[in-house]
Design a binder for this molecule. Structure first.
Ligand SMILES: [Zn+2]
Length: 264
């Protein structure tokens, strides 16, 4: 059954991707894939002169205050206090240039969806704090069913979204269960905009689905996985887990058993 499209029309998506002159027919899934693949081949615009690159402009992002997020809980049992080498699971605010820390964007689905985006975000935060014992939502960004982008935990704070591989991995969660349903056109188009911005701003090298790092999960779902190649290619990123660099404390903690712990 064709996916019902909400929010962004096909014409608007074409315009967004700079492909307004193209005519695309056919079902939503295949046509979108074709569209995004074509978009991925568009050359990245670079300044003609050797002047410094301008700061990339982020896509519109709904703030935590706007969706009603609670502040982080620094008494959380599984993310207690603040990070140090003695407390490696604590809330870690990265020091220094984020471009030297981040490598990979990891794509997730929320698996659950409530009445609407906001209801779902509040549920995720409650569950991550109360059931998972983390200080805050695991992810750095969410993309809602209409393509609205929401702020998660601050970008300069380590996530808790990909067990064993969080340091240097930015977490993006698309709202929905993509084992059961398809992502919407708007959701995919704005995820591409978000990933393009993250790749440029953070100097990322790779894009991976959650299950590629943690094979025991079905996240981000069979209906989203086919789009990850397109999101990566459209953002100039390689696919997979190959960009992950073990963190300082992982190297300290896992020696000499590092080989057993580090192979995804
Ligand atoms: Zn996930």
């Amino acid at each position: 059954m064709p996916q019902q499209q909400t929010g962004l029309s096909r014409r608007a998506l074409l315009a967004l991707l700079g492909l307004g002159g193209l005519t695309v027919a056919g079902g939503a899934g295949g046509a979108l894939l074709l569209l995004l693949l074509r978009a991925a081949r568009q050359p990245v615009a670079l300044p003609a002169s050797p002047t410094p690159l301008p700061t990339p402009i982020p896509p519109p992002i709904v703030s935590r205050a706007e969706w009603g997020a609670l502040p982080p809980d620094h008494n959380a049992p599984n993310e207690p206090g603040f990070y140090s080498l003695d407390n490696p699971e604590g809330w870690r605010v990265y020091e220094g240039d984020l471009r030297t820390i981040y490598r990979t964007v990891v794509i997730h689905h929320s698996a659950n969806y409530g009445r609407d985006d906001i209801d779902t975000l509040l549920y995720i935060q409650r569950r991550h704090r109360e059931e998972r014992g983390w200080a805050d939502v695991a992810y750095h960004f969410f993309v809602g069913r209409e393509g609205v982008i929401y702020a998660g935990r601050p970008l300069d704070v380590r996530g808790t979204h990909v067990a064993g591989y969080n340091t240097g991995s930015v977490g993006v969660c698309l709202l929905g269960n993509f084992e059961e349903t398809e992502p919407t056109l708007s959701q995919l188009a704005n995820t591409l905009l978000l990933v393009q911005w993250l790749a440029e701003t953070l100097g990322l090298t790779h894009l991976a689905g959650h299950s590629e790092f943690n094979p025991e999960t079905e996240c981000p779902g069979d209906h989203l996985m086919p789009y990850l190649d397109v999101l990566a290619a459209g953002s100039g990123l390689a696919r997979g887990t190959g960009g992950y660099v073990p963190s300082e404390e992982q190297l300290l903690l896992t020696l000499p058993a590092a080989s057993a712990d580090q192979s995804p």
